[in-house]
Design a protein around this ligand. Structure first.
Ligand SMILES: *[C@@H]1O[C@H](CO)[C@@H](O)[C@H](O)[C@H]1NC(C)=O
Length: 217
């Protein structure tokens, strides 16, 4: 146990005696610079996963499609606007600017915190909307692209140790927090009037910071 050489990939795959890809950095948890090493290891691993590593069963993280049953819904079609956002895709997760990772070892569980900052991250979504915008009737289905500007994603993983020939971690809980300096919106055709559509996108983008807070909830 105290000679455990820990590597981040064990967190990403349920590993059954697999060798690590040679491109993955290893860190020794007994060393005082462990967290700095871990940050570099995560940074490198995320970059490598721009392409899938088929041999290790690891998918690419470059273009992540969320499951179709993942959606967000707001509003009401009788009083206001019912909006349903589906088919989320997140593009660019493998291009971080910086990663700060920390692993706090506890007696029962350990906590891994990864703070990843990006120059930008692109999302693609489908929007269905029915109801009224102020009093203007609206019944549309449109693609929406939006970009987080200078986002920071904070991933938290609760880990439990288990033995299988060696000591490994399994993720028993996880969380995500997102902060962004702004959001740029591009509703492809929310309004049939192209001028209105363009001006609406620019007004939404100008209020991106406020909308960020709504989006998070
Ligand atoms: C919208 O909200 C009102 C008031 O809460 C409710 O009476 C109505 O049934 C809702 N309509 C729909 C379509 O959900």
């Amino acid at each position: 146990m105290n000679s455990l050489v820990f590597c981040v990939i064990f967190l990403l795959i349920s590993c059954s005696g697999l060798q690590l890809p040679s491109s993955f950095k290893k860190c020794d948890r007994r060393r005082s610079d462990f967290n700095r090493c871990l940050s570099k290891a995560v940074y490198k691993a995320v970059k490598v996963l721009d392409k899938p590593l088929k041999l290790y069963g690891l998918p690419s993280l470059h273009d992540v499609a969320f499951p179709p049953d993942f959606f967000s819904e707001f509003g009401n079609s009788t009083y206001g606007l019912r909006q349903k956002y589906t088919n989320y895709r997140l593009i660019g997760l493998t291009k971080p600017q910086n990663i700060v990772a920390r692993l706090d070892f506890g007696p029962l569980t350990s906590t891994l915190i990864i703070e990843a900052t990006y120059p930008k991250l692109d999302w693609e979504v489908e929007l269905e909307a029915q109801g009224t915008l102020v009093l203007l009737p609206l019944n549309v289905k449109t693609p929406l692209d939006f970009t987080f500007e200078n986002p920071t994603f904070t991933f938290t993983f609760e880990l439990e140790e288990y033995e299988k020939g060696a000591t490994y971690f399994r993720v028993i809980d996880s969380g995500l927090d997102m902060q962004a300096h702004g959001i740029k919106f591009d509703f492809k055709h929310l309004f049939s009037n192209r001028h209105l559509n363009k001006e609406f996108n620019s007004e939404m983008s100008a209020k991106g910071r406020q909308i960020c807070i709504l989006f998070k909830s």
